[in-house]
Structures are given as C-alpha cells and as structure tokens.
Design a protein around this ligand. Structure first.
Ligand code: MG
Length: 268
C-alpha cells in the first residue's frame, strides 16, 4: 500500500478491547488521544465484536475517561445482529439468546421477542453464566425445532485487567460441537459492522481505517471490506506475531496515540 493512499482516510473504525482499554484500565490517556483525533479532523466510529454492552454503556465508560461520544457512533456485533436479523426475518423472529443480559435487552429494545423455548433463531455470544442447561437448550432449538444458528462473534479470548479470558467463541463452539451446525457469524472479520458504519456516515471503504489489536478479526475484516488498516500492539498481537501477518496492515503502531500521530504526519 502506498502511504499516500492513507491521505484519503477521513474516519477511524475503532475496535475497543485491547485498543482503548484492557477491561477497566485505559490504554494511554484516552482524553488526550481523542483530543488529538479531533484536531486531526477524523470522524470516530466504534466497532467491537464484544456484544455484552449497549452503546449507552460504552458512552458511560468513555465518559469516565473524560471522552464525550454519542451512542450513534457505536456499531457493535450486537447492533449488527439486530440489523442482520431484521434483514433475514422481516416478520420478527423469536430468539433464544445464549448470551449476556445486555444483549437480551438490546434485542428486546429493538422489537425482538426473546424466548426460552420454541425459538426461530439461536444467538450465541459471550455468556459469563454459561451452563450445561443453556447448551442443551440451544441444541434442542436447533436440532429439534429447526432454529437457525447465529453468533455475534467467534473471538477465542478477550483481554481483562487480569489477563486473557475465554471469549464468545467458546460458547459458539459448544453449540457447534453438539449440533454439527455452523453459525452465521456477524462480527469481524465479517463486514456487517463496518458496512453499517460507512453507510450511516456516507463513507467509501477507502476513506475509513479499521483499527484493532487482533489481525484475524479487526484487520482481516478491514481488508475484506476494502478499508485501510491499522494494527496496534496494545492488545493481542505482539512484535513477535507481526512478521507472520500476511498481507501486512497499512500501519503498525505501539498504541492508538502513536497511530493517530502517524496518520496526522502522513496527512500534513
Ligand atoms: Mg480487540
């Protein structure tokens, strides 16, 4: 990629876990980083495979770091799931959610019926209260009632302030293993979220940079969409994994602050 192609970038599509924070701990000084993004005149949009929080909850979390943003700037795999399910089931499906209370709330708030049995859709996502009962229910709905299988994401792990912990992919694998059915996966590297973000903001793929800490989801999703890509080494990938990534991201930086400065230099 010619570095001049990065001059066209008008917006950042930011992953959150491992880019903005490690669980409750911010990465760098987020207030200063977002001031710097504002000075650069870049639009900020957020895209996360994490479907355990609503946009309002993310706004509150960013506000606690002195960053003011609006719910409309967020495109999580939960939001993209709403978009995809409305598209695939125009009459409103009954959904069995193997996931968090926030994801259930998001679906209910968007007019879906969340049920405990007789579902049209089984939606698997990160569930901190995973149980044999829930896996069994998902299996029964898919194998005996013909429910379609969706997953918000298949991330194997996510970062917390105490280190790496099991991600939503673990729940998805449980259901996939006992049913033999592969889910429709909404999250990155699928492009549903970044496509929604661009549509809502009138952006072309080459005007947005997908920024993330994990190559196989954040960067691969950006490449699949035809966006520019920026890898930060503040989360999953390390200087040791970088040489094995192919194709290479357009920018590779220590963290988001360094990436914003690099973009600013290139756009001068
Ligand atoms: Mg991440």
């Amino acid at each position: 990629m010619e570095q001049s192609a990065l001059k066209k970038v008008k917006a950042l599509f930011l992953d959150m876990d491992g880019v903005l924070w490690a669980d409750k701990k911010e990465i760098g000084n987020l207030h200063e980083v977002f001031e710097s993004i504002r000075e650069a005149g870049l639009t900020v949009l957020f895209g996360s495979n994490n479907a355990t929080k609503t946009p309002e909850e993310y706004c509150e979390k960013l506000a606690s770091f002195g960053v003011s943003v609006q719910p409309e700037q967020f495109f999580t795999s939960g939001i993209a799931t709403v978009y995809q399910l409305h598209k695939d089931f125009p009459h409103g499906p009954k959904i069995y959610v193997f996931g968090s209370p926030s994801l259930k709330k998001l679906l209910r708030d968007n007019g879906f019926e969340v049920v405990e049995e007789n579902a049209d859709v089984v939606l698997a996502s990160l569930d901190r209260e995973i149980s044999y009962e829930k896996i069994s229910r998902a299996m029964i709905e898919i194998c005996e009632h013909g429910a379609k299988f969706y997953a918000t994401n298949t991330d194997s792990t996510f970062v917390t302030e105490n280190g790496w912990r099991p991600g939503g992919g673990v729940m998805v694998n449980c259901v996939e293993t006992c049913t033999g059915v592969k889910p429709f996966v909404i999250g990155k590297p699928n492009t549903v979220m970044i496509e929604m973000a661009c549509k809502a903001n009138g952006l072309n793929p080459d005007e947005i940079m997908a920024v993330g800490d994990r190559y196989e989801t954040d960067i691969a999703g950006g490449i699949n969409f035809g966006a520019r890509t920026g890898l930060v080494l503040s989360g999953y990938e390390t200087p040791e994994t970088v040489p094995h990534l192919d194709p290479q991201p357009d920018l590779i930086c220590k963290d988001l602050a360094e990436l914003v400065n690099a973009l600013k230099e290139l756009q001068k």
